[in-house]
Design a protein around this ligand. Structure first.
Ligand SMILES: [Zn+2]
Length: 722
């Protein structure tokens, strides 16, 4: 009787699902609810073996769960593209087979009885994961969703290591172990991996046991005794060398291909300092008992913040020589900050991805500021603002917290990353550093090992500051777009009048925000802050002396655009007297576009000494040395930069510029640059030689050292043609 009733109600519910599906709204208009918790994960124990020939994983799993609130007699697990061989209830020493149905995507298990809230039960599964036979779509950030990847499994590709690694985000962990693959689930874990004895393995938590087997394999057991989300589970297996670093008593390990092992410290060496900075800034110690970073081949995204075990793509793997031209410090900082924002407190759903990605991106900015100084942090924010603005039109953009989207992978965009990080930074500026970081500490502490959405952050901020932050969150988290401020000024008698129009698209909200303005006069600088709350506003600023320059949003914290007419003299003034990073870029960009103008030439000549190497290199490119006046004022400096600058980007730029003169006196300098230690400078010099001294090209290519010849072989082949 009981069974029959169940059967009947089940068929009714299937019928209802059928009806509601037929009436469904278009996908973009469907509300994306946070996944309902019927059963909660408690503990996941895995025993896995790898079949390199078929690229399969043979797994045994003991998964402990409990109903969330309402009693239930069934369990739904995500399990993608697997062969399910056995599903049983663990009853003491006994395995009691359970009925189940499987549709290649989810596994619906009928339990032996009703379980009530907090009543734990353990299900045993025997399965084979076949990731290569899976057909799924990934996101732009994670361009595939197989979950488990075999790299060069048959070792047919020469010079390529044989590796296995996993990628869980967004919901691909369930392609290698059955689980409730949702970000609002958390589980402790124990993963035993049987691997060839000459390989090393990595997973979350600590390596608690290693046992040699008598068939040339070894079983490594990794224990994660703090709960974390299934998408943060990871495994990696291969021939890696481990460099052991330390932060306080926490092991900090860098796993690299043996060839790159000597550069482990050069690549990752700042990690302990970052852990220290973040721990102290947040007032929340690094949450896990180790931190490992591993670099894997053919990775499908940039990097992934798996709990206590970040995985990087191979672009991070660089020799000391490559590091002269570029490094991946931003990514290293980003993934580390995720260990708090994402791993300790996890976005409740993909709609709330901002709670992970905006913070991790913000983490990059504050590390740059701390490590490289304010200007370096400002540069990082400037770059993020530009990357966000590029994806917008007339101030239109989707909301940060987004409950309607086409695909969860769409959430990994410039809004969740760049714009969100700037929204956090502006919030920090408005409430002050101390209030901001105390609020983050409260948010992290209150929600540790749980999930978060923007409202929890807002409530933490309100409790710390005693202020209502709902207007800020409503404007920046729950409505989209950004302000475009068109500003005109008029000089009155002993005053200046500022007209501020919000000209973003009429469908975009009207913003309420503070706008700071610096007025420069011969008597010094005056800062005024106005509150904007209408489409058109006018402000009068009384002044003791005539205006020399007006700098709008001097700290450049506005998440938006400013349009104001400027003369060439204004650009020179801002470069010299209001030299924020954004103002220097603005001046150099203007001057580079108008190179015949003498004030432009003054700006660019001054910018040759810019403290930012990229800006100095850009200024070099903007100068036209065929103009005798420019040549007179800038040539010597450019020559000195080509010869002596520490920054390879500046030397490379200067060599290119000098080559354009085709002046014989630079010939030996340009020809000798092929022996530079920087690949970037060598590349620049051979391109310069090809255009200025083509008859010297072959001879110059022969002078390049073998290592650089190998590194630059694509460019060399290209230049050798024709
Ligand atoms: Zn991230």
């Amino acid at each position: 009787m009981f069974k029959k009733v169940i059967y009947l109600s089940l068929s009714i519910s299937i019928l209802q699902i059928g009806i509601s599906e037929a009436q469904q709204l278009p996908i973009d208009q469907q509300y994306r609810a946070t996944p309902t918790k019927i059963n909660n994960l408690v503990h996941t124990k895995l025993d896995v073996r790898f079949d390199y020939t078929n690229q399969f994983l043979n797994g045994k799993e003991w998964i402990t769960l409990q109903p969330h609130f309402y009693p239930t007699d069934s369990l739904r697990l995500d399990a993608k593209g697997m062969d399910i061989k056995q599903v049983s209830l663990v009853n003491g020493q006994q395995l009691v087979p359970l009925k189940y149905s499987y549709d290649n995507n989810s596994l619906l298990i009928k339990l032996d009885r009703n379980y009530v809230a907090k009543e734990q039960y353990t299900v045993y599964l025997d399965y084979t994961a076949k990731p290569n036979l899976l057909k799924v779509q990934g996101s732009a950030a994670i361009n595939d969703a197989k979950g488990l990847y075999f790299i060069n499994p048959d070792e047919r590709a020469p010079n390529k290591p044989r590796q296995i690694w996993t990628q869980g985000e967004t919901e691909a962990s369930s392609a290698w172990f059955p689980t409730i693959d949702r970000p609002n689930q958390k589980t402790t874990a124990e993963i035993s991996m049987t691997v060839l004895d000459n390989y090393v393995s990595l997973s979350n938590g600590v390596l608690s046991k290693q046992q040699k087997n008598n068939d040339g394999t070894r079983t490594d057991t990794w224990t994660m005794d703090l709960p974390h989300a299934p998408y943060l589970f990871m495994m990696a297996v291969g021939d890696f060398k481990i460099y052991q670093d330390k932060y306080n008593n926490i092991p900090v390990d860098y796993y690299l291909e043996p060839k790159y092992a000597p550069y482990a410290k050069d690549i990752f060496g700042k990690t302990p300092a970052m852990m220290d900075f973040y721990s102290k800034t947040l007032g929340v110690p690094y949450p896990w008992n180790k931190y490992a970073q591993i670099v894997c081949r053919d990775y499908v995204s940039g990097a992934m913040e798996n709990t206590s075990a970040t995985l990087h793509g191979e672009h991070v793997q660089k020799t000391k020589r490559e590091l002269l031209d570029d490094n991946q410090e931003g990514t290293i900082a980003h993934e580390l900050f995720h260990q708090w924002f994402g791993d300790l407190v996890t976005a409740e759903s993909w709609s709330n991805l901002t709670m992970n990605e905006s913070f991790a991106t913000f983490g990059e900015v504050i590390w740059r500021e701390h490590d490289g100084g304010k200007d370096r942090g400002d540069k990082s924010r400037f770059e993020k603002l530009q990357s966000y603005l590029k994806s917008t039109k007339n101030g239109k953009s989707p909301t940060l917290a987004r409950y309607y989207y086409h695909d969860k992978e769409d959430m990994f965009d410039n809004i969740s990353y760049a714009k969100g990080s700037l929204i956090l930074y502006a919030l920090k500026e408005q409430m002050g550093d101390e209030a901001f970081y105390q609020s983050l500490k409260k948010y992290l502490t209150d929600n540790s090992f749980k999930t978060g959405e923007p409202q929890q952050l807002r409530l933490a901020m309100e409790e710390v500051t005693g202020k209502d932050w709902a207007p800020y969150f409503n404007q920046w988290y729950y409505q989209g777009g950004h302000p475009i401020l068109k500003i005109t000024t008029r000089n009155g008698e002993n005053s200046v009048i500022l007209n501020v129009a919000q000209i973003q698209d009429s469908t975009v909200q009207t913003f309420q925000l503070p706008l700071a303005v610096d007025i420069y006069t011969k008597n010094g600088k005056i800062r005024q802050t106005f509150q904007l709350n209408r489409r058109n506003a006018q402000f009068m600023i009384p002044l003791p002396a005539a205006v020399e320059f007006i700098d709008i949003d001097p700290e450049k914290t506005l998440v938006g655009q400013i349009q104001i007419d400027k003369s060439d003299a204004d650009y020179l003034y801002q470069y010299e007297h209001a030299p924020s990073f954004a103002n220097r870029v603005g001046a150099i960009a203007y001057a580079s576009k108008n190179p015949t103008n003498t004030i432009s030439q003054q700006i660019l000549t001054k910018a040759l000494a810019d403290t930012d190497a990229d800006l100095a290199a850009t200024a070099i490119q903007g100068l036209d040395l065929s103009n005798p006046a420019v040549r007179k004022s800038a040539e010597k400096t450019i020559l000195a930069l080509a010869e002596k600058s520490e920054a390879s980007v500046i030397r490379a730029s200067a060599i290119q510029k000098l080559a354009q003169t085709k002046d014989k006196k630079y010939k030996s300098l340009i020809l000798n640059a092929v022996t530079d230690k920087s690949y970037m400078v060598i590349a620049s010099s051979i391109m310069a030689i090809k255009s200025a001294y083509p008859d010297q090209l072959q001879q110059s290519l022969n002078r390049i050292d073998p290592d650089a010849t190998e590194y630059l072989k694509a460019l060399i082949t290209e230049l050798s043609k024709s």
